[in-house]
Design a protein around this ligand. Structure first.
Ligand SMILES: [Zn+2]
Length: 881
């Protein structure tokens, strides 16, 4: 437990390390309660004449012995605490340091460093977990070559893995112990170190790289679950091929391994050659996983694999540069998914997630720049801003430069910085160098927090045939950044003529081929010439910039764009804009005791989309899905009443179900035509639309629709359809719901990943009784406070996906989550801090809820021995905004 008042760590204070480490030899003897770690480090001064003291990081360590150049160091020559090892006068030049420490993996409930997940030993070292294994210079700019010897009991851990290539293995005579030695020839920072030991089953395959090298691919899972790793293996091979084709990146070791573990704080981790995964992002079969699970597995497998170049070969100089690897790698995995699936569907899904999470974060007290300037706890900066807005920033570089120069810039980055710990400036400089373009102002995307707003006005002059676009940009104040400078905003646009086709764009006497204008001033006008007719502007096509666009279009214009815009993203956007304006109007009406209005024209637009068989089913499903509750609340911005938001959305869903009943029923039955389940994008799209039809039909509460859901639940031959039916039933307070939930538990009681779905669905029911149900489930045998997946499924869903019940007006939802946070904090502060993030929008709530949320936050803040993780989130949530 850390009790000291943490000082912020600042980017401007960065200085290179005094010491470097060339090689690390680890000898780790695994034992559940007493694992011995011997580390032999080759240290050298980082270019100075008088030797600086050597200060190594540690956490919860017990030092057993210490030697310099083979000689034990006398006690008076060093100071060792569990948190630090200081040698005031190290040798004046390169030397070898041998450290022996003792650690207790079984007692490690934080799941950082070396711990046990079930009976498997595994590690998680990012960001600062390696210091829980041995004393070290635990910072990403210290890169070394690692050799790892692991020793363990043969029965306890028949499989022994570490980074790199296997170079030796054998038995220890006269014992039941064995060992394996792994060598990783690539220099890496310690956060990419990994080790696994356990009883695991292996799925093996191989891959021939573009230069003809053979790579063994091994995925390790719990014995008996091998058949559930086949989709992950297929995804891995597709990702490896795609990275060669799209970025020219080839894999570099003889073997690539993935290990699925059941207790993991994050999604997955890109340790060099040995990725460790939360098992939910590896295991899938038609009977156990939904289409969404399959898509996540494909994306996460690819993401971690792509880190081999963007993260491992080129790493970050310091943790402020986290977006350098994460934003870039998210961009790469999104491009991969777009190439494997439907580009527009992937783009819409990414933008929906960005608005529902990143825009919300950017508008609240936890807002921070893509590259923050200071942090108290780095674990709290693995955020949607760093990852998803970070990806959008890379995407904008591509929009500004075009595909060819973008690729050249990436190639230069890979050649120039291979083997280095780089900065965001060095990354962006590569694009400046290949294009000759000045990126100085663009860098504000990395340094200024907040979602820019662009207000667009338009004027058509029929006499001169000119069309003028006036754009005004502003970035709202965010914590610590009251004043903002103008950004560089690439806006893709089109002028849509009466026949639905784009008019040619002539700007300053030149044809604007890519349709992208660049806004860089607070106020800017663009005059298009030769515009033969009065067009409708389609702006920010494909969401070319992550901004809030304020372009008042009337309903007639939006209807036209919804039907005709050449950019499918903006066709979808036009429908969303229409729906959002109805929803926000109805939220106000409902709060004033009036009824929700229905909008026949909007429903006509939806009917049109539903009946258009030339569109992809997945795209139709997205078009028919109204904006989320989080989205509506963010649009309203202040004085939000989550009950009214929920009611308005529900009323719209019911109105769609009512008005489009025959068409929805027809589509449902047409799309139900049975074909063997395949988890590909086309099949997933058909199921998404079918299940949305079911959900909209049931939103009316009509008995026939509920019966249909029950029948689908019972007869489904895959998890996607079964879960969708259960989700639909979950919205209905009827006896069928209880029966279905009971049946589901009986079917899957032995499968924790499936039971997670059962937990999270119950936690998300928007009814007053949910809180008691969730409370009762915390003592259910299926729940565990020591497993992050269980906590996220039950408590996370309640706090983050159930807007009406978490935000109960009596404050009991807040109290419940706060109690869990406090109970969890001493065991797993990272997961506790994540849960605390559910309070991030409290200031936007109506006064009564706001007051109760604040009281709860103050109660958490006042708790004794709060971890740095939770303490930091709570302090910022209370003070910022
Ligand atoms: Zn990542």
């Amino acid at each position: 437990m850390r009790t000291e008042e943490p000082r912020p760590i600042r980017l401007k204070d960065y200085r290179p390390p005094d010491w470097l480490i060339d090689t690390v030899e680890l000898d780790i003897s695994l034992d559940a309660a007493a694992t011995r770690v011997r580390a032999k480090l080759r240290l050298k001064p980082n270019g100075f004449s008088t030797p600086a003291p050597l200060v190594l990081d540690g956490e919860d360590l017990v030092l057993r012995s210490l030697a310099v150049d083979g000689k034990e160091l006398p006690k008076e020559s060093y100071v060792a605490t569990p948190e630090q090892l200081t040698i005031a006068q190290p040798p004046n030049g390169p030397f070898e340091l041998e450290i022996e420490t003792l650690i207790d993996p079984a007692a490690n409930t934080q799941l950082m460093g070396l711990y046990r997940a079930g009976s498997t030993y595994c590690t998680q070292c990012e960001a600062e977990g390696f210091r829980r294994i041995t004393y070290f210079l635990d910072r990403p700019d210290v890169m070394a070559v690692y050799t790892t010897r692991i020793e363990a009991d043969k029965d306890d851990a028949p499989v022994l893995l570490a980074n790199g290539n296997l170079v030796a293995q054998g038995s220890l005579p006269g014992t039941n112990r064995h060992f394996a030695v792994w060598h990783d020839p690539f220099k890496k920072p310690c956060y990419l170190f990994a080790l696994v030991g356990g009883r695991l089953a292996r799925v093996a395959d191989n891959f021939t790289t573009m230069s003809g090298r053979e790579v063994a691919l091994h995925i390790y899972v719990e014995p008996g679950k091998e058949d559930r790793a086949l989709y992950a293996m297929d995804s891995l091979k597709r990702a490896m091929r795609w990275d060669e084709e799209a970025f020219g990146r080839e894999y570099d070791l003889d073997i690539f391994m993935i290990v699925a573990v059941s207790a993991f704080n994050m999604g997955a981790m890109e340790n060099k050659g040995l990725n460790i995964f939360n098992d939910k992002f590896v295991l899938a079969s038609p009977a156990t996983a939904t289409d969404t699970d399959y898509a996540h597995i494909e994306a996460v497998i690819a993401h971690e694999y792509f880190h081999n170049w963007t993260g491992d070969r080129i790493t970050c100089r310091d943790w402020f540069q986290l977006c350098l690897k994460e934003g870039l790698t998210v961009f790469r995995d999104e491009e991969f998914s777009s190439d494997q699936r439907s580009r527009v569907v992937e783009r819409i899904s990414s933008v929906r997630a960005l608005r529902a999470h990143q825009f919300v974060e950017d508008a609240g007290p936890l807002a921070h720049a893509v590259r923050p300037e200071a942090y108290r706890e780095i674990n709290n900066f693995y955020t949607t801003t760093v990852y998803d807005k970070g990806s959008e920033v890379v995407r904008m570089i591509k929009v500004l430069l075009g595909a060819r120069l973008f690729r050249q810039g990436m190639d230069l980055y890979f050649t120039r910085h291979d083997g280095e710990a780089a900065t965001v400036e060095q990354f962006v400089q590569c694009f400046a160098d290949v294009s000759g373009r000045d990126f100085t102002q663009f860098m504000r995307w990395y340094t200024q927090a907040g979602t820019p707003e662009v207000v667009v006005a338009r004027h058509y002059d029929p006499r001169t045939k000119t069309y003028r676009i006036d754009a005004k940009q502003s970035v709202p104040p965010t914590p610590g950044q009251p004043h903002k400078e103008p950004m560089v905003i690439p806006l893709a646009l089109g002028l849509v003529g009466k026949d639905g086709r784009d008019l040619p764009l002539m700007l300053d006497g030149r044809r604007l081929d890519d349709g992208v204008i660049e806004i860089s001033k607070p106020d800017q006008s663009f005059v298009f010439s030769g515009v033969a007719e009065h067009p409708i502007p389609s702006v920010n096509r494909t969401f070319s910039a992550p901004i809030k666009l304020n372009l008042p279009l009337d309903a007639r214009e939006l209807h036209f764009l919804a039907a005709h815009d050449a950019d499918p993203f903006n066709r979808w956007q036009a429908v969303q804009t229409l729906a959002m304006s109805l929803l926000t109007e109805n939220v106000t009406a409902l709060r004033n005791g009036a009824a929700a209005r229905s909008d026949d024209e909007l429903i006509d637009v939806l009917a049109h989309a539903l009946g258009n068989h030339t569109l992809e089913p997945a795209f139709i499903a997205l078009t028919l899905t109204p904006p989320s509750e989080a989205d509506i609340a963010r649009e309203i911005g202040c004085d939000v009443d989550p009950d009214a938001v929920y009611q308005a959305r529900r009323a719209l869903r019911a109105a769609i179900g009512e008005r489009l009943r025959p068409a929805l029923a027809e589509a449902y039955h047409r799309l139900s035509a049975s074909a063997p389940y395949r988890p590909d994008a086309a099949g997933a799209g058909r199921r998404a639309l079918k299940n949305l039809c079911l959900d909209l039909l049931s939103a009316t509460g009509e008995a026939g629709a509920v019966a249909l859901a029950l029948s689908q639940y019972q007869s489904a031959d895959n998890m996607t359809d079964r879960m969708a039916a259960l989700e639909t039933l979950a919205q209905q307070d009827r006896p069928e719901r209880a029966q279905a939930f009971e049946d589901f538990y009986t079917r899957y009681a032995d499968d924790p990943l499936i039971i997670d779905k059962w937990l999270s669905l119950q936690a998300a029911i928007p009814e007053a009784a949910t809180l008691e149900r969730v409370r009762a489930l915390t003592s259910h045998p299926a729940f565990s406070m020591t497993n992050p997946n269980r906590i996220r499924a039950l408590i996370g869903s309640f706090a983050q996906a159930n807007h009406t019940q978490f935000n109960r007006i009596d404050g009991k939802g807040y109290d419940f989550v706060a109690d869990i946070v406090l109970a969890l904090d001493s065991k797993n502060p990272q997961v506790a801090a994540r849960l605390t993030g559910a309070f991030r929008s409290w200031r936007a709530l109506e006064p009564r809820r706001r007051e109760r949320a604040e009281r709860t936050l103050r109660r958490i803040a006042a708790a004794p021995n709060l971890s740095r993780d939770v303490g930091d989130i709570v302090a910022r949530t209370l003070s910022g905004g």
